[in-house]
Each structure stands twice: as structure tokens, then as C-alpha cells.
Design a protein around this ligand. Structure first.
Ligand SMILES: [Zn+2]
Length: 433
């Protein structure tokens, strides 16, 4: 999952997150209780996986592998959870931290690096980590605003642009396809497994038959496109990387969000189904592209067969379909008007005038709210509010439409953006008083 990046942009965001009363309150209230990925829940105890592997759950999880020559940390959670994870795991075993392995550079995996790093600790990441950190830092202003919106935070102060290559690179060991080392007689293998990110890695410990799968598997359809904004996440990368994990025949799978999976039959069942769901959607989009179908047709048409329904509490099918479609071919939709720099909304005020003014459009939007078509109401209020951004009846219809969508919503990311839109609309209405 992605909350932010490493580097300076990450640090400033995490400071904001760590001090956000809003987010802390949401965590304490268990507002994500229906999310199987336990998104924001802070673990309060160490879970012993076996004699050597321990973990604490959080957003995301932190894992510790103990050996006779020192310990290895795999992922370090988000900064606001990392302190608790560090305290709990250190109480379990005070051995020196010889290695930190990062499954990828998202901030909910790198946030605890400063806490765990000791003199002489080696930090391992896949070599694309470097560009990924620079990319996040390059866009730190953009992501600062998007994170604030999605997670209900205040926008962090914008720092001066750090340039194209201004990220802080923590790893001391960068590998291409595979890196392995032995510590205290335990062999660790780290493989490049792109999926959620292009710097993604999986850790395999043959002695314990344990695979640390990062964010390439969690208990929901993956976030192949995230509303926060992302470069394309390649569906076939997920498929190939999940196949690589299955080839290990693990007896323990340890995702960086959610709970461990025990036993090879159950791991195989879940990862195979997950892989097949992604492959199914990918192939349906590719077929649709080749058949000349537009993206909205495919967002409506493609449904997972019941046997592959892996839930949509975090990732979502329709955004992923669009993510795959536009990842392959970009934004041009054969509509010649979109070749030019003038958006459709530039003619909305004329349409509103022809319709008799924003009152008429707002009334139609209110009607659509009544008949339960909240999305149509959002489109209509977009038109009315383009002509008159403070039109009260349009804002009221919009707020009701958003609240209806919010009441039906079962997806964490969708909920974040609906809450944000409700806040913005309410503020607009309050300004009129
Ligand atoms: Zn994550």
C-alpha cells in the first residue's frame, strides 16, 4: 500500500501524520474496523510466528528475524507506528540489528528506518528503490496535498523543490534480481518482485519456508490504480511475482499488511486465486482494447467470476480496469474535442444558460438524488457549479449525493475521497451563511 515515499517528502508527511489528532482519533475509534487489511490499526503485541520470526501488526507490519549473530528487520512500518513496533520487538530480543530489508519504498514500510538503524546496519533494497524515492520526492508537493485530502489531514507546508534527484537514499546494498546473505547460519534470499511498485522485493528464508510478500498480496483486490495518483502498476508484474512466491512452496506467508497465512495448501489457494483475479481483469482489458472498446464500457462490463471474487475493501475493480487501460494506451479516447486544451466544462455555463439557469440543473440533480442516482447528481452539480460555484441548491444536492455514496461505501480509499469531498462541499455551504 502506498501512503507516501521515502526521502524528504516522506519525512515531512510522516511528521504531519504522526502529529495528526484527526488520524490518531480515527485509529483509536477503530474507524477501519470493517477493513480486513486493518489499515490503520496499531498492533499492541508481538505475534510469534516461530522460534525465530516475530511481527507486530500495523500500517504496515514490522517483522524481526533473530539469529545467533544478530537480527534482521523486514519492513519498518509507518513512522507513527514504528516507535511502538520498535519498543515491542526490542523487548522481545535486544540483539544487534545487522540488516534491514525493505520490500519497497512506500512510507508505510520505510518509516521506522531511523529507529532501527544502528552503526553498521546494512539496509537492503532493490535498485529501483533509488528512482522511486526520487520520484516521490520530485512530486512531494503533489503528494502532500493528495495525502492530506485522502487521510483527512492538514496540508503540510510546501518545501522548496528538491530537484529531480533530491531524495534521501538510505539503503547501503542495492540489488538487481537477487541478493542473498547468511547470518547466524540462516540464509536470507531477497528477490525482485515488481507489482505494487517497480522496486518491490520478496524475502525468502528457506530454513523456515517463510516468504515475506510485502504489498503484492493483501486481503482485497490490489490497488492497481490508487486515487492518490501513481505511475502505472503492471498487472502482469503482479502475476509473475506471485508465481515466483508460489514456486518457493512456502509454509508461512507474511504480507506487510494484515495477517500471516499458515500452511502451503492455504497459501497456494489464496495466492493462486489472487493471481488469477488479477490475470482475469488484465486479460479482459486487453481483449477489450483489441476489440476497440472504450474504457467506460470495460469499467461497466468486466466483473470477476464468483470464484475469483477477492473483495474490494482496499483496491477496486473499476479503478484498476482504468489503470490497466490507460497504463497501456494513455488518455486519448478518440473524441476529437479532447485533442485540444479546452475542456468540456468550458461550455457548461452556456448549457446552464440554455437550460434556464443553475436552478434548473440543481433541481434535476436533486431529483436524481431522490431516485437514488447519486453519481448522475454529481455530474449535474458539476455542470451547475461550473456556471455558479456558490449556487446553494446545487451544493445541497451535491452534499446529499456524496452522503448517499458515503453511506454505501465499503472501500477505504473511496471513503477517504468522499469524506474529503463532503468536507469541501460543506465548507462551501458554510461560506454562504
Ligand atoms: Zn504498504
Amino acid at each position: 500500500m502506498r501512503l507516501s515515499s521515502s526521502g524528504r517528502g516522506l519525512f515531512s508527511l510522516l511528521v504531519v501524520l504522526a502529529t495528526s489528532n484527526v488520524l490518531v482519533a480515527r485509529v483509536q475509534q477503530g474507524m477501519v474496523a470493517d477493513n480486513p487489511t486493518d489499515l490503520l490499526r496499531i498492533g499492541d503485541k508481538v505475534i510469534k510466528i516461530n522460534e525465530a520470526i516475530s511481527m507486530v501488526q500495523g500500517f504496515g507490519n514490522t517483522f524481526m528475524v533473530t539469529t545467533e549473530e544478530g537480527n534482521v528487520i523486514i519492513d519498518t512500518s509507518i513512522a507513527m507506528h514504528a516507535g511502538k513496533h520498535h519498543q515491542l520487538l526490542t523487548a522481545e530480543n535486544k540483539g544487534p540489528i545487522k540488516y534491514i530489508i525493505l520490500t519497497h519504498a512506500h512510507g508505510d514500510h520505510t518509516g521506522g528506518v531511523p529507529l532501527w538503524k544502528q552503526a553498521g546496519t546494512q539496509i537492503i533494497a532493490q535498485k529501483n528503490h533509488v528512482e522511486f524515492v526520487h520520484y516521490q520526492t520530485r512530486l512531494s508537493g503533489f503528494y502532500g496535498k493528495r495525502n492530506a485530502a485522502q487521510f483527512g489531514l492538514s496540508v503540510p507546508p510546501q518545501r522548496p523543490w528538491a530537484g529531480n534527484y533530491g531524495g534521501k537514499i538510505e539503503p547501503t546494498i542495492l540489488f538487481d534480481d537477487k541478493y542473498e546473505f547468511t547470518l547466524g547460519g540462516v540464509k536470507f534470499e531477497v528477490y525482485r518482485t515488481p507489482g505494487e511498485t517497480y522496486d518491490h522485493a520478496t524475502v525468502w528464508i528457506p530454513k523456515y519456508k517463510a516468504a515475506f510478500t510485502g504489498d503484492n498480496y493483501y486481503e482485497s483486490f490490489p490497488n492497481i490504480y490508487t486515487l492518490r495518483g501513481t505511475e502505472p502498476r503492471w498487472a502482469l508484474d503482479y502475476v509473475n511475482s506471485l508465481n515466483k512466491v508460489l514456486e518457493f512452496k512456502p509454509e508461512i506467508a507474511l504480507p506487510s499488511h494484515g495477517r500471516p497465512i499458515n500452511g502451503n495448501p492455504e497459501i497456494t489457494r489464496r495466492l493462486t486465486r489472487y493471481r488469477d483475479a488479477i490475470q482475469y481483469v488484465h486479460d479482459a482489458v486487453v481483449k477489450g482494447l483489441n476489440d476497440g472498446k472504450d474504457v467506460y464500457t470495460l469499467m461497466n462490463e468486466i466483473k470477476l467470476p464468483a470464484a475469483l471474487d477477492i473483495g474490494e475493501s482496499y483496491g477496486n475493480l473499476i479503478w484498476s480496469i482504468r489503470g490497466i487501460y490507460e497504463g497501456y494506451v494513455g488518455w486519448f479516447d478518440l473524441n476529437p474535442a479532447t485533442i485540444y486544451e479546452r475542456p468540456a466544462s468550458s461550455v457548461y455555463p452556456e448549457v446552464v444558460k440554455l437550460a434556464g439557469g443553475p436552478d434548473a440543473i440543481a433541481a434535476l440533480a436533486a431529483q436524481r438524488v431522490e431516485t437514488g442516482d447519486a453519481v448522475a447528481a454529481l455530474h449535474l452539480t458539476n455542470i451547475a457549479l461550473t456556471a455558479d460555484p456558490r449556487h446553494r441548491r446545487a451544493l445541497e444536492a451535491r452534499l446529499r449525493a456524496l452522503e448517499i455514496l458515503r453511506s454505501r461505501c465499503k472501500n477505504t480509499n473511496e471513503r477517504g475521497w468522499l469524506d474529503y469531498s463532503i468536507k469541501v462541499t460543506t465548507e462551501m455551504l458554510d461560506q454562504k451563511k
